[in-house]
Design a protein around this ligand. Sequence first.
Ligand code: ZN
Length: 421
Amino acid sequence: MAGLWQCQGVTRPDAPPGPVRQGSLREWNLAVVLGRIAAADRPPSRAELAAATGLTRATVSAVVEDLLAGRLVREAEPTPRTGAGRPSRGLVLAADGPAGLGLEVNVDYLAACVVDLAGRVRHHTVHRADLRPVSPAEAVARLAGLAARARADAEREGLTLAGAALAVPGLVDDAGLVRLAPNLGWRDVPVPALLDGHPPLTAHVDGVPPLVVENEANLAALGELHAGPPGPVSFLHISGEVGIGAGIVLDGALFRGARGWSGEIGHIPVHPDGRPCRCGGRGCLETYAGQEAILAAAGLAGAHLPADTATTRLAELAAADDPAVSRALADAGNALGVAVAGVVNLLDLDTVVLGGGYAPLAPWLRPPVLAEVSRRVLTAAWSPVTVRPAALGGAAAAVGGAGSVVRRILARPAGWLARQP
Ligand SMILES: [Zn+2]
């Protein structure tokens, strides 16, 4: 079954469903009813679905039967009805139907997670290892092993992996080729081709690509977007790791840029003649506020701590008012604030989310970032900018990737149903 890992052309991880085709009324009805069930704050009955969608009760009943048979919804426990009549049976998203696989390769860890149709994380594994000395093929092989364990776990719980999204800390083109991941030392790495040599993990589902490869900061921003209440929110999500990437969400949608390469905030110069950067430039934000720069400034560069330990250690020392660590975080926050102020001035964003390794350091990074933003953003005096830690922290990219798969199924359930026996 070669080819299941194949990356599909210009497919985007969070692309909206296409226009309704002539003759696709059933498809449309399936999506409308499933969407109502997914958005409801309590399990709606068939009668309530008919009232909410304007469909006849007979149509809703037929659609619900299809959704039940395809393991997309299930009936909730009956709730007693006040007064006469049968108790109503509400409908909820199935916990044993299709699921999304989210994968991540980063500088010092690999991650795999499974998210079910309701957005619940059902499996999450992180494997810590410095991947810089490791070849891309070896890193991808280790990732495939992690993914196989995630699939086995998912199948034990009755879930079927319907597609995968892989987050990488670099620039990815439409074919899934990692053009450049400077902190991993990757250049022109064909990730889908490398995965094709491993056993397939996902089912064929119409409209769901087997694998999307995407920049990790973009997927992390999607994870954060869907962890919050729905709405046309706009924010900047910054993933602070060894490198620094940002995902830009405008009016509730990810802004990817003309070629999908937006968000390289780590390479915004904050001191134009400053320190040399791995990208070949000078004075990039990453060289002042990336994790290695913070550790060096704090006098911990030689400690060779794994990333999560390093972040925890920095937070512990900062909480104990260690002067070197406090100074290092204040300086990193100042540099970050300068770059963030530029982005906010340009895009008129009202919220900045500190994600990845920045989330646990937010109590110390937030004040200097806010100070720079207040000083440099023209509108800050009467329209303050919120700076807050991410809800999902370091898991955001893998969770966001897996979530992008299930949202495709919610948007077009007919594609999943067509593949059911
Ligand atoms: Zn740079």
